[in-house]
Design a protein around this ligand. Structure first.
Ligand SMILES: Nc1ncnc2c1ncn2[C@@H]1O[C@H](COP(=O)(O)OP(=O)(O)OP(=O)(O)O)[C@@H](O)[C@H]1O
Ligand SMILES: [Mg+2]
Length: 411
């Protein structure tokens, strides 16, 4: 029935009509036959007015609109939402839940698509009328994800046969960030503590047993200078990383002449190369146009890559640095330039490749430390390249050696 009109209104119209008709008939103004016909019409009309809304299309359309709105709202939520009946059967799922559990989950017991005991017991609680909130579950397939589970009971009859609503709130990124922050603080403390404890040890020795030993003092002071230098470098690298991270989403505004930058980097590192019996071969295409970029940051990128090639490449084998134009940057697309830094030597095992740009990740920790490394070089490279909207690609094989390629877009 149309809720905007009280049910008695058509009846009232009919009654007024019939009374009027009777009056007109009794004074003889209306013929008996016509009066009977009109009376039937009045009654039929009022009946139609009462009944019409019940069978009319208006409420059906409103219901359809309501459920379409509800489905659109549920689908727009980033978290999986599942509606369940009192037997724990899946009545409906939103898009995010469909992606997680598969379309086949609909109509089946939840346990067939979701075996996690915490989720199932939460849903059982909700069906029994108790709100369930907060257990954390981790799923490993298809990718590792962590969810907070919420299951809310719905009193019978509130919305059809729905008894419980299950919401899986995705907290993967938050947990990852917490983990990384914890690891990072632990790593920084560790990296600073080792040179510091070595410094403290030397100071104590110089104050005590080696007080008057001139030779030992000279030697110890050299080592101490090295350790202090490493601490200073670590702090510089951390600050530089923090600065680049803050600006990572903003593209640099300047323009950079990469062949000129490479010339400078090769000159600056040639003495270090010489010490390892290595030569730096720069093959530069001087016809290249400058690319959008920050000269100082790009210098830092190539300095670290060439420095690594000298440090980790075979002693005595040349390091090759090459720059040329490319028609298409892998993954990113668009034209640009590629800088290749290649060295001979033991190839990097495939399991290390994706982790090289993590902070403090070194294949051989002892060797890197002994060479004065902080393990932050490639992390800085990665962020600078990302800021330039470029790509860093690493290939390593026994035949080709290790090749770090930096792609930079030319506009
Ligand atoms: N050309 C290379 N060949 C073999 N291994 C490499 C090469 N470049 C980097 N690596 C490996 O990657 C690790 C990380 O390199 P990264 O530049 O981040 O740190 P680092 O060189 O140890 O320290 P820093 O750059 O701060 O001096 C290195 O410790 C090394 O194990
Ligand atoms: Mg390095």
């Amino acid at each position: 029935m149309n809720p905007n009109r009280p049910f008695w209104m058509p009846v009232a119209y009919a009654t007024v009509g019939l009374v009027l008709l009777t009056a007109l008939w009794s004074v003889g103004w209306v013929a008996t036959g016509a009066a009977v016909l009109l009376a039937v019409l009045f009654i039929a009309g009022s009946y139609w007015m009462i009944e019409r809304p019940k069978i009319g299309p208006i409420p059906a359309r409103e219901e359809a609109v309501d459920s379409a709105v509800a489905a659109a709202i549920l689908d727009s939520l980033p978290d999986p939402v599942v509606l369940l009946d009192k037997k724990r059967q899946v009545l409906a799922l939103n898009q995010a839940a469909m992606e997680l559990m598969g379309e086949a989950a609909k109509g089946r017991d939840l346990s067939q698509s979701f075996r996690h005991p915490a989720v199932l017991s939460g849903v059982n609680d909700a069906i029994a009328g108790h709100k369930f909130k907060g257990a954390e579950v981790s799923l490993t397939t298809p990718v590792r994800r962590t969810f907070e589970v919420y299951a809310t009971p719905l009193p019978p009859g509130t919305i059809g046969t729905i008894s419980a609503i299950l919401v899986l709130h995705d907290v993967t990124l938050a947990r990852q960030a917490e983990e990384m922050r914890g690891d990072f603080v632990a790593n920084v403390s560790h990296e600073l503590r080792s040179p510091l404890s070595s410094l403290v040890g030397f100071i104590e020795t110089l104050q005590g047993p080696a007080k008057n030993d001139v030779d030992a003092r000279e030697k110890f002071l050299d080592v101490m200078a090295g350790e202090a230098g490493r601490m200073a470098r670590l702090i510089d690298d951390l600050l530089s990383l923090a600065r680049i991270e803050v600006n990572e989403h903003v593209r640099p505004v300047g323009s950079a002449d990469v062949p000129v930058i490479l010339q400078g980097v090769v000159e600056a590192l040639s003495i270090k190369a010489k010490k390892r019996g290595t030569t730096l071969d720069l093959e530069s295409n001087t016809g290249l146009a400058p690319v959008p970029g920050d000269g100082d940051e790009l210098t830092e990128v190539f300095q670290n890559l060439v420095d690594n090639a000298i440090k980790y490449g075979t002693e005595g084998a040349p390091v090759s640095v090459r720059v040329d134009a490319v028609a298409r940057i892998p993954d990113v697309g668009g034209a640009g330039i590629r800088v290749r830094v290649a060295n001979r030597g033991e190839p990097i095992a495939p399991e290390h490749l994706p982790r090289l740009t993590e902070r403090f990740y070194r294949i051989d920790k002892g060797r890197s430390r002994q060479m004065g490394g902080t393990g932050l070089g490639l992390a800085i490279v990665k962020h600078i390249v990302a800021r330039h909207r470029g790509r860093l690609v690493v290939d390593s094989s026994a035949e080709e050696g290790t090749v770090f390629s930096v792609f930079l877009p030319d506009k």
